[in-house]
Design a protein around this ligand. Structure first.
Ligand code: TRP
Length: 338
């Protein structure tokens, strides 16, 4: 019999590059909603960040910027625990144990590593290879049950469950770690590039016109939406007809997610309308929704000491949960220090 679990949310974002609309709708909005439903831990993944080179002079301010985005999107430090990963050393300590639980064959299958490493995997850091093991530790150190992430992270969640299961089995501690679920659904689950409807909106796309950044001003947002790739057809009546038109589908999806509606509802309003009309409406909506977030981010960023206070308090609270889990793990494994 499995014990009912205390439901707990955990997720994080890497402090590498600017946050964009895809992060906002796919992650931040979801975190903000979930904090009212379950105990919520949201961190800034600065340990993960250095799996690829980061300028040490910039890293700390990038961590603050993600924290500012969390706060600007409505994460409330009185409700949710917000912290930098590097301030909770238990993540890295548990990751070591998990490195000894996970199998090479499991990691060899990870598509994100293959995508990031490209042709020259021998030149990547070992950290990039074991990245998903650290991610499993991030989640399981809090015995989290729900992990809001994008579609691309589903495989890492499967690996997390495999690690949890093997740990529970090998050390004969049934049910010690939960088997956490990815929470991927939601209107912002698939926000694609504005230049190519078949690839995800991404921080690492070389073209800034592929994405709307949270800190873009109204003019820039307008330009980017105007230049977004589309086709010459007007919007159709049904979702079915949108399927073969990825760029059109993406813009309708973005409109829907920003407006808290479904794509079907958006089509019901705009069927028969061309992009010459739809794009300015979308741009206005994007500016209306995003500029207050950008402004709030700038306000938070103007007071880094306040952000640091919030992050330090969050880290202390996170450690209260992480430390007992790690102590148990050490004893289960049979460590001298356990
Ligand atoms: N890999 C995640 C991403 O790229 C970031 C991340 C690191 C994460 N650790 C995590 C997400 C733990 C959820 C839970 O989006």
């Amino acid at each position: 019999m499995t014990i009912p679990r205390h439901p707990r949310v955990l997720s994080g974002v890497q402090p590498t590059g600017d946050l964009h609309l895809g992060n906002y709708l796919g992650a931040l909005v979801k975190f903000t909603r979930l904090q009212h439903e379950m105990e919520t831990f949201i961190f800034v993944a600065d340990l993960h960040a250095i799996t690829q080179w980061q300028d040490p002079k910039k890293l700390k301010s990038q961590v603050r910027e993600i924290a500012a985005a969390y706060l600007a999107s409505g994460l409330d430090p009185k409700i949710a625990t917000i912290f930098p990963q590097s301030a909770v050393p238990e993540h890295a300590e548990l990751a070591w144990v998990f490195n000894c639980v996970a199998r090479l064959g499991w990691l060899d299958r990870m598509t994100q590593f293959k995508d990031k490493a490209g042709k020259h995997k021998e030149r990547e850091s070992v950290g990039l290879y074991t990245y998903p093991v650290l991610q499993a530790a991030d989640i399981l150190i809090y015995k989290a049950t729900h992990v809001p992430v994008g579609e691309d992270q589903k495989q890492h969640l499967e690996l997390t469950r495999d690690i949890a299961q093997k740990f529970n089995h090998d050390f004969e501690v049934p049910d010690f770690f939960p088997l956490p679920e990815a929470v991927v659904e939601g209107p912002g689950a698939r926000i694609m590039s504005l230049r190519d409807g078949s690839s995800k909106m991404s921080k690492s796309d070389p073209s800034d016109y592929s994405r709307i950044n949270l800190t873009d001003d109204a003019d820039t947002i307008l330009q980017k939406v105007r230049k977004a790739r589309t086709d010459p057809e007007p919007l159709p009546d049904t979702l079915e007809e949108l399927k073969a038109r990825p760029e059109a589908q993406n813009l309708v999806g973005i409109y829907a997610a920003l407006d808290g509606r479904t794509s079907a509802e958006v089509l019901a309003e705009f069927a028969g309308v061309g992009f010459g009309t739809f794009k300015p409406r979308l741009a206005d909506l994007a500016v209306a929704k995003l500029s207050p977030i950008g402004e709030a981010m700038r306000r938070y960023m103007s007071d880094p000491a306040e952000i640091d206070r919030i992050l330090a308090a969050g880290a202390a609270r996170a450690r209260e949960v992480a430390a007992p889990t790690l102590a148990e793990v050490k004893s289960i494994v049979g460590y001298w220090a356990g």
